[in-house]
Design a protein around this ligand. Structure first.
Ligand code: ACO
Length: 323
């Protein structure tokens, strides 16, 4: 078997919705500003006791159901998340038990918004070297727990959710290539200031772990970097942009997505866009968008998909997939 292919997709969004009008009551903002600058109209918010693994669990069940795969068949689990339930055990280990997976390797991958593509890249290789026949790959986040609800520059952007795919070994393509990168040079443009070994600061809101972002500067780097990763991905596959059927971008900002689509000469009809419904769900956003378009029938077997993401770190990545 020389490829891994996507056998099923699933996603989950929590019930509670926070609209732009709700945010107008919290900070000095407007529906008009948020829609014009980001494309976001609403975001979903986990219930008080709902965790990242709760959302990931639902998405995983749906992906396994679509794939017709039993938990006992899964040979590897990777979860992209920046907002794990606990310091340890990892979210993946909690899910191994709850989903009833065999005692297979299960790991979290922290790469902010690129987490799903990092996890996909690892699982793809795991399958291609023959260490697993089927793998579960999840992106799940509970970002609203680390949002500073007094900062209008960030609180309008983020939401909670989860997306998942089941990969299986296949003679047919499949995931054609994955590309992941990191550059810690601009850490101060987008970060959470506190963690375990730096010590939580309980004088600061949420212990200092809230998201801090210089949005405008991040925006410029994101557009440049995504342009480069798109070129890298097409070149690695000796493929012309006209051969792509769908762009499935990280759902952070409609303007960033439109810039990447322009670079690929793709119309917005060829872009899977879900940011308006759930805002930036970080590692969950690419599999959420993928699942939406698989289930509504836009993405069909044989279509060529370009998945891409950019996020805190900075990290960035892509995958070229024949669905
Ligand atoms: N409502 C009203 N006004 C606002 C809001 C708001 N919610 N937020 C900021 N403003 C104001 C600013 O204060 C500023 O006012 P000023 O001109 O008086 O100083 C003005 O709007 C313009 O601010 P900018 O930051 O320049 O606005 P911009 O057009 O860049 O949009 C945004 C901001 C939406 C954050 C954009 O920069 C962006 O999307 N950046 C990239 C985000 C991203 O992709 N992050 C990576 C992934 S996230 C992760 O990995 C966790």
């Amino acid at each position: 078997m020389s490829y891994s292919r996507i056998a099923g997709t699933g996603s989950y969004l929590p019930e509670k919705i926070l609209t732009n009008a709700d945010l107008e009551a919290l900070v000095d903002t407007s529906d008009e500003w948020i829609v014009e600058r980001t494309g976001i109209r609403q975001r979903h918010m986990a219930a008080e006791h709902q965790t990242t693994s709760d959302m990931a669990y639902e998405a995983a069940l749906r992906a396994m159901d679509m794939a017709g795969v039993e938990p006992s068949e899964i040979g590897f689990l990777a979860v992209g998340t920046t907002t794990p339930d606990l310091v340890f055990p990892s979210t993946a280990v909690l899910l191994q038990e709850r989903l009833g997976l065999p005692h297979v390797g299960a790991m979290d991958v922290n790469a902010a918004c690129t987490g799903f593509l990092y996890a996909l890249s690892i699982a793809d290789k795991w399958i291609r070297v023959g260490d697993a026949d089927k793998a579960l790959v999840i992106g799940a986040e509970c970002l609203t727990r680390i949002v500073d609800w007094k900062d209008r520059g960030t609180c309008v952007l983020f939401g909670d959710g989860a997306g998942a795919v089941v990969l299986e070994a296949s003679d047919e393509p499949g995931i054609l290539s994955t590309h992941i990168h990191a550059n810690g040079e601009h850490v101060d443009l987008l970060r959470s200031r506190r963690g375990i070994s730096t010590g939580f600061d309980f004088d600061l809101h949420n212990g200092g772990v809230t998201i801090e972002m210089k949005g405008n500067e991040v925006f410029k780097v994101a557009v440049r970097t995504l342009g480069r990763i798109v070129d890298e991905t097409l070149a690695a596959n000796n493929m012309d942009k006209s051969e792509l059927d769908w762009l499935i971008p990280h759902q952070a900002n409609l303007r960033i997505i439109a810039a990447t689509a322009r670079k690929l000469n793709m119309t917005m009809e060829q872009v899977i866009l879900t940011v308006q419904n759930h805002g930036n769900t970080s590692a969950a956003s690419v599999p959420l968008a993928l699942d939406t378009a698989v289930r509504d029938g836009r993405i069909q077997r044989g279509h060529k998909l370009l998945l891409e993401a950019f996020g805190g770190g900075f990290t960035w990545g892509s995958a070229l997939v024949q669905y």
